[in-house]
Design a protein around this ligand. Structure first.
Ligand code: DX5
Ligand code: ZN
Length: 215
């Protein structure tokens, strides 16, 4: 069973609470929250205030993906707001080990993310200490983009590297995931599937979530 994390980036922001309740009722496992700062990625989304506003409306695991420069400045605020997992980009952290410790000390699970073109060597030494590795399967910044095929090989390589190191972080894939590429990603070693448009634009989100979970 794959874990499915609908991304609220594809939700109707005018009725965010309802959309979160909808995917929870539809059987989602996690809620993926994309936070963008207009610097690390060319788009802006939301901050801790929105996470805090949603928290009382959902029991889902809040999986917060920080696409920010200097993410260390915002970690405690997102944990206080209700984030269960906080993921930072390796490319945005000058002191990645320190930032990952900061997340754990703040009381959340720690994740590290990589852009499609970034090498696994950036995260190799921290794999044993993280709860999650997020492999971007599109360039971060926007929902609704097409899955980049070469990232499948990276999922495979990441799985092998974890085995070799005796590390067991969950491997999450994010971007352009639908049941078709999701199947290939799970076969390559992905545990968690983020899906924005595939879930929120579907006529029957529950059916898509079930389909992804069964992969
Ligand atoms: C992209 C985000 C993804 C994205 C997923 O920067 O990190 O979470 O919104 O949306 P889809 O599934 O539409 O690609
Ligand atoms: Zn994301």
């Amino acid at each position: 069973m794959a874990t499915v994390a609908p991304s609220i980036l594809a939700a109707d922001f005018a009725r965010l609470g309802d959309q979160v309740r909808l995917v929870e009722a539809a059987g989602a496992d996690y809620l993926h929250v994309d936070v963008m700062d207009g610097h690390f990625v060319p788009n802006l989304t939301l901050g801790p205030q929105v996470v805090a506003a949603l928290r009382p409306h959902s029991r889902l695991v809040f999986d917060v993906h920080l696409m920010l420069e200097n993410p260390e400045a915002y970690i405690e605020a997102f944990v206080r707001a209700g984030a269960d997992i906080v993921t930072v980009h390796a490319e945005a952290c000058r002191h990645l080990d320190r930032t990952l410790n900061q997340i754990s000390q703040a009381g959340a699970k720690a994740g590290v993310a990589l852009n499609p073109a970034s090498g696994l060597s950036l995260v190799k030494w921290v794999l044993p200490q993280v709860d999650l590795v997020l492999l971007m399967t599109v360039n971060p910044g926007f929902g609704g983009q097409e899955f980049i095929p070469y990232t499948l090989e990276k999922v495979r390589a990441c799985r092998e590297l974890c085995l070799k190191l005796g590390a067991a972080p969950a491997i999450e894939v994010d971007g352009g995931i639908n049941p078709e590429v999701g199947r290939a990603a799970v076969a390559a070693g992905a545990d968690i599937l983020v899906a924005g448009s595939a879930v929120f634009a579907a006529p029957d989100p529950a059916a898509v979530i079930r389909e992804l979970q069964r992969l």
